[in-house]
Design a protein around this ligand. Structure first.
Ligand code: UD1
Length: 427
């Protein structure tokens, strides 16, 4: 297992280019299973989760050709299987999109339960409810979910909870369903719009993505031969914006859609961080005064993203006074604060609220990444801490950040990766 070594307290300076969005690419790839043909995807991030998705789709018969560093050709001509039960399914949350895509294309899917980061309870009841509404029968056997439908028929579906995964999965299953499917209380995240754009380019009829009502009129056929460019990663962009602010740096974050960053930009401005929005980049300037404390509540888009909650906690630790974070999506997403306590963070957690008494120095020590975004928080803590920080469980960070070490080094950070055989920490 590799580890990261960081010597902190160097302000980040320079330019960084954000990669394609992990969660968009993880939906677009399985969506390609809906066609029998070839499509080209640009701006695909080179990260572990994408490798795992390719691996899973490869076992179904999909072929992949890397055209260049971030362009991928996907050929689903040879896909005839609807059964995906390999080990990688457990390692990837987005493997649940195989349900919607395979059900849509073959009217049948057998998959193992999805994995992903552990934030407490992660049910898939709304996905199942949606598939059933379209006419599928659902059973669970020996750890596998079996979906089957003689035919899929469009239906009105109301999501009791705003769910990104259920919204996308129902879109995938409904593109070939007879008639119209309406998803009410749909999630509005930028990657939902990206996946709908991809489906429409293939010939689907999806309207309203990005609002809370999505209408999908079923079509008889989707056709490949298209090129689609994945949107920039909102969470990676936010991680660099927060890293720049936390180190009192001066960083131009490029390949960004500023609209996607509005909730973070507003919070940074409130905290006294100068943020300049440009056409497709955001410049974080060094502030002239101290950071001010703030209260943050995570919410579905366009609210503050839960996936930026761990990185932004490190920023709040730099602001004098008590800040609060209220986690509005997941019931157990503060475990990483235990790691940051070892560095001197003064935090108290009460249910879904964390109180951060900031303005106290962090000091480097050995900590572990507990999941992907928790890992990003560890890296940011290392960047601001006195002395040396060692981070283990780097594989979690590799799941979602392309070349994080190289990008931070280019911004002047003293960070390196040690490749070797370190004991995997238990958790
Ligand atoms: C996706 C993201 C994840 C992000 C999350 C919220 C991917 C691969 N992962 O996860 O990084 O943190 O959105 O922005 O894109 N829920 C139910 N029943 C369901 C499904 C969800 O009750 O069937 C609840 C969940 O417990 C949670 C809320 O809905 O409280 C939101 O979950 P959801 O948006 O579905 O998250 P994911 O799609 O798993």
């Amino acid at each position: 297992m590799d580890k990261l070594i960081i010597r902190g307290q160097t302000p980040l300076k320079g330019e960084v280019t954000v990669s394609g969005a992990k969660n968009a690419a993880l939906g677009v790839l399985p969506a390609a299973l809906l066609i029998r043909g070839v499509c080209t995807l640009e701006n695909v991030p080179d990260i572990l989760d994408i490798d795992r998705m390719k691996q899973i789709m490869g076992t179904l018969g999909a072929l992949f050709v890397s055209v260049d560093r971030d362009t991928l050709q996907v050929d689903t001509t040879g896909v005839s299987a609807f059964l995906s039960t390999g080990d990688d399914m457990h390692r990837l949350r987005a493997s649940y999109y195989l349900m919607g895509a395979l059900l849509g294309r073959f009217h049948e899917a057998v998959i193992t339960f999805p994995g992903g980061c552990d934030f407490g309870n992660r049910p898939i009841d709304l996905h199942i409810k949606g598939f059933e509404a379209l006419g599928a029968s659902v059973s669970v056997d020996h750890g596998c979910i079996h979906l089957k439908a003689d035919k899929l028929v469009g239906a009105p579906i109301y999501l009791d909870v705003v769910s990104v995964g259920a919204t996308i999965n129902i879109m995938l299953a409904a593109v070939y369903a007879e008639g119209v499917t309406t998803i009410e209380n749909a999630a509005k995240e930028p990657h939902i719009v990206d996946i709908a754009t991809f489906l429409n380019a293939l010939g689907a009829d999806v309207k309203g993505a990005g609002t809370d009502t999505i209408k999908i009129r079923g079509v008889r056929e989707l056709i490949g031969g298209i090129t689609h460019s994945i949107i920039p990663d909102q969470i990676e962009a936010g991680t660099f914006m927060v890293a720049a602010a936390a180190t009192h740096g001066d960083v131009l974050v490029k390949n960004v859609i500023p609209k996607h960053m509005e909730s973070l930009t507003a919070k940074l401005l409130e905290m006294n961080v100068p943020v300049e929005e440009l056409d497709d980049s955001i410049h974080i300037h060094p502030g002239t005064g101290p950071l001010t404390k703030a209260n943050i509540k995570t919410l579905p888009y366009p609210g503050f993203p839960t996936d930026l909650q761990p990185p932004v906690a490190v920023l709040l630790m730099q602001a004098k006074g008590v800040s609060t974070i209220t986690e509005g999506i997941w019931d157990n997403r503060f475990k990483y604060l235990e790691e940051l306590r070892k560095m001197g963070a003064d935090v108290q957690v009460n249910g879904r609220t964390a109180m951060i008494d900031g303005g106290k120095p962090l000091s480097g020590c050995s900590i572990q990444a507990l999941d992907l975004r928790a890992g990003a928080a560890c890296v940011l803590a290392g960047l601001v801490a006195e002395g040396e920080t060692e981070i283990t469980n780097v594989q979690y960070i590799d799941r979602g950040y392309e070349n994080l070490v190289e990008k931070l080094q280019a911004l002047g950070a003293d960070i390196r990766r040690e490749t070797g055989c370190f004991p995997e920490s238990s958790q």
